[in-house]
Design a protein around this ligand. Sequence first.
Ligand code: MLT
Length: 393
Amino acid sequence: MELPPANRLEKLPPYLFADLRRKIAAKKAQGIKIISLGIGDPDLPTPQPIIDELIRSVVNPDDADRHRYGCDCPVADLPASIKGFYRRRYGVELDDSQIAVTSGSKDAIVQFCLGLLNPGDLGIAPQPGYPTYNIGHVFCSANTYYVPLRQSNGWLLDFREIPPETAQQAKLLWINYPNNPTTATAPLEFFRQAVEFGRRHNILICHDSAYSENTYDGYKSPSILEVPGAADAAVEFYSLSKGFSMTGWRAGCVVGNPAAIKALRLVKDNVDNGMLRAIQFAAAKALDNLETLTPPINAVYRRRRDLVVETLGQAGWPVEIPKATIYVWAPTPEKYRGSSAAFAEDLLEKAGVVVTPGRGYGVPGDGYYRISLTYPDAVIAEALERIRKLAGK
Ligand code: MLT
C-alpha cells in the first residue's frame, strides 16, 4: 500500500542522534570497533533508593493504585516532592496550578508546543541549541527564529540580537542553562534579563534546565523562577534524566505560568494519560533525596571531565573547564579549519571514534565538537588516545 507520511515530517531536520546511530551501526556491520562519546545518556546506574522504591511499587499487590493511569488521578507525592525540591534548592514556593508532571523534557517540549502554538506562530530558539525546540515548533506548523549564541558572550543569549519585529511576533523563547551543547552556565542576572525581555514583548520564556543537577566544583545553577514574578512570565522544564541517571525512566516536570501549565496538562490528558504511578513514587524519592543521591554521580563525571580536559590540553588543544553538564565542548583542531563535520567524519572513518559535531546544533556550533562524559573512564581514555593520534599529536 502506498502510504505517504504527513507533510510535516518532511519539515523535520534529520534527527542528530539517529544519524549518528546509523553511522555507528554501519561501521559495526563492517566489523570495526567503534567507541562512541556521542549521546549524553548516563552509563551510571540509577541510585539504589530510587530502584528500591520502584520495586516496592511493582511487587506490592496491595498497592494496585501504583499501576494505574498517572494523569486523571495523579499521586500526591510527586507534586509535593517537586514543591519541596524548589523550596529547598531555590527558595521558590509553587502551587498545584504551576506544576505539570511530565515524561521527561523532550516529550514535554513537543507537547508544550502543541498546547500553545498555532500554525504560523513564531518561537525563538538558540543556536547552537537542543534541536527539540525547533522540532516542537515544526509539529505545530509554527516557525523558528534562531538567535546565535556566541563564545565571545560566554554562549549567553544576547537579547539585543533579536530584531524588534521578531520580538513583536514571537510567542515563546527557549533558553537552556547549564547549556547543551556549549556547557555554559548563566548567572541569575541573565534570567532577570530574560524575564524582563519576555514581559516587555509578551513572550513566554521557556527555560530548559535539564542539566541543573550536573554541576561541579561547588557551582549551583540558579532557577529562572528565583527571579521575582518569573512564575508568571516563564516556565521551567526540569528533568530527572541526567542528574539521577534516569534517562529511560522518562521523569520530569514543567513549572511556572499557570495558563501554559493548564494547556500542557490538557494535551497530556488527551495524549499520554500521564506517567506510570510507580515511576512517580520513585521520582519523588529521587527529589526528596537529591542532596545525597547526586554528589556521587557528579564525582564520577567530574573525574572524567578532568581526564578529557587534561588530555586535550596536553595535546595542545586547551578547552574551558565546564562547571556543569555532562559534556565537554571543544574547538575543532586547527587542521580541520573549523569544520566540525569533517573532523567528526574523519574521526569515525580513521579512528573509529564518535563525537557529536557542533554543526549538528546549528551553523554557529561549527568549529566545535562535543564529547559526552557518560561513558566509562577506560572508554573515554582510549577514545582520547585515538583522537590524539589522528590529529598527529
Ligand atoms: C544529548 O546527548 O544531547 C541528550 O542525550 C539528548 C536528550 O537529552 O534528548
